[in-house]
Design a protein around this ligand. Structure first.
Ligand code: BG6
Length: 296
């Protein structure tokens, strides 16, 4: 762990130079470098707060137990902020483990935990349910795996949504194609939350995009840059994916988004379970996450 205060983070490096950095605040992955440490794969705003004052603009914020603005009233998450509390709670670092596969390739796993007992009093009041979250971040030579384990530790059932709000770093948004969503229905938040079906093989981005693709049969969403595969985002037990780019005006309206033109160098491909709710009975566990492959 580096640092002692709100900006404490855990850094892990492989012998071949790849690295990952995770802020304890939100268990937010703020940097992931591959290619021997030479290529940063995640976009992080130059004005991202990394002092625990607000959720991090960039990296991989963890969204739980509600995605987007919570239902207005009458739902257990109704008093929570947009995207819930996991991304702005301080997590515990549970430890690091290293392993080698059959090809002598090393990987390092970092584990983080967040429990009802670790929430602030206000958050605990707003969502008074007993839960345990364990989050594992595994760095391998060309990939990063981030998996969450949600446990109901109370006597009552509860429901939740979960999403990994990954900001992928790209070079030029005008050259990006997102594949693997053909035929999938999505809610277009830019068009009054209307429902559409993905008719083109590739999603390209030429303006604000905020789409929730749901119940995706394909496991992998690929990001292709200038005709070359750049990232594969592989879902694990999660069937939805949000594609988001704020574009000029929305980027300028966010106080913590910098530089202004930064939206040209990022695209969010956010895996999750956000259509409807996942229900967990007493003692039950849900596990889901992603593996992102950086192709260079
Ligand atoms: C995306 C949502 O997941 O997150 C967008 O689909 C939202 O609607 C974006 O604007 C950023 O949210 P926030 O709370 O980090 O500003």
């Amino acid at each position: 762990i580096v640092g002692t205060g709100a900006n404490s983070k855990v850094i892990a490096t492989l012998p071949s130079g790849e690295s990952v950095e995770v802020l304890l605040y939100g268990a937010t992955v703020t940097s992931w470098k591959s290619n021997g440490g030479k290529t940063e794969n995640l976009w992080l705003s130059e004005k991202a707060a990394v002092d625990g004052s607000k959720p991090v603009r960039g990296g991989i914020p963890v969204v739980f137990p509600v995605f987007g603005p919570p239902p207005k009233s009458g739902h257990p998450t109704s008093s929570l902020p947009q995207h819930g509390f996991a991304r702005n709670s301080r997590w515990e670092f549970l430890g690091k483990s290293t392993s080698e596969d059959a090809l002598d390739s090393t990987s390092v796993k970092l584990d983080f935990g967040l429990y009802s007992s670790g929430l602030t009093e206000d958050t605990r009041k707003a969502w008074p349910l007993d839960f345990g979250l364990q989050y594992s971040v595994t760095l391998a030579k060309d990939s990063l795996q981030t998996i969450v384990n949600v446990r109901n530790e109370g006597d009552k059932s509860f429901e939740f949504q979960f999403l990994l709000h990954t900001y992928l770093r790209i070079k030029d948004i005008s050259k990006i194609a997102i594949n693997g969503l053909l035929g999938v229905e999505y809610i277009d938040k830019v068009l009054n939350a209307s429902t559409h079906q993905q008719k083109d093989e590739s999603v390209t981005i030429t303006g604000e995009v905020d789409r929730v693709y749901a119940s995706i049969p394909q496991d992998t969403t690929s990001v292709v840059e200038a005709g070359k595969p750049r990232f594969d985002v592989v879902r694990d037990n999660l069937s939805d994916t949000v594609v988001w780019n704020p574009w000029t005006e929305k980027a300028a309206a966010m106080g913590d988004f910098a530089p202004n033109e930064g939206f040209k160098e990022m695209v969010c491909v956010e895996v999750g379970t956000v259509k409807g709710w996942q229900k967990l009975e007493k003692g039950e566990v849900f596990e889901g996450g992603q593996t992102i492959k950086s192709i260079l």
